[in-house]
Design a protein around this ligand. Structure first.
Ligand code: FAD
Length: 150
């Protein structure tokens, strides 16, 4: 069984789009390093105000990782939305995929009924997982496109 944890938190790092993207890249790169070691996969959604993250893996490792993340000063108010055991990983190839909300991915948000501001307090974990899967697919298609173009 795979343990899955979904939480949200509020970003505390100010700045414009560039600073935000750098922040996200630093987080994702440290996450990929640690998660590869710990057998954790998942996805990090960042809409500039909120982080919403899905962590999946061994129960003890997921808990340990979440506890470390919750102490990070780059965000505050980490709140668990849902924990459950699932049959298989939903993000098997992503030690930590991440997507920042930019105009480019707006259509993906719209498909999930999130037009303007995202309100994670009102989102169900199933909606978050569905959004993350589509953002993952979007990122994957974009990367493949870049590879073909280069
Ligand atoms: P290093 O990366 O070497 O960092 C050492 C210390 O400095 C840590 O305490 C770290 O928190 C702190 N630090 C580093 N950079 C900054 C900065 N720019 N501002 C403030 N403090 C900083 N980690 C994972 O392992 N897996 C995840 O999936 C994951 N997801 C995250 C999601 C979010 C939204 C955030 C904010 C952080 C996430 N992290 C994740 C990072 C996690 O909080 C720790 O920073 C990281 O695990 C520590 O890695 P490290 O031991 O290699 O330390």
């Amino acid at each position: 069984m795979i343990h899955q944890l979904v939480y949200y938190s509020r970003n505390t790092v100010p700045g414009g789009d560039r600073a935000m993207l750098t922040n996200l890249r630093e987080i994702v790169s440290a996450s990929q390093r640690n998660n590869g070691r710990d057998g954790i996969t998942g996805f990090l959604i960042f809409d500039k105000t909120w982080f919403v993250q899905i962590l999946e893996g061994d129960r003890a490792k997921v808990t340990e990782t979440y506890n470390r993340i919750a102490r990070d000063t780059r965000h505050s108010g980490t709140t668990i939305i849902n924990v459950r055991d699932v049959e298989a990983r939903l993000f098997p190839n992503w030690t930590m995929g991440g997507a920042m909300r930019t105009p480019e991915v707006q259509e993906v948000y719209l498909q999930h009924g999130i037009g303007s501001a995202m309100d994670p307090v009102r989102l169900k974990s199933t909606q978050i997982v569905a959004l993350a899967l589509d953002l993952q697919a979007f990122e994957k298609a974009k990367r493949q496109g870049q590879r073909l173009a280069s």
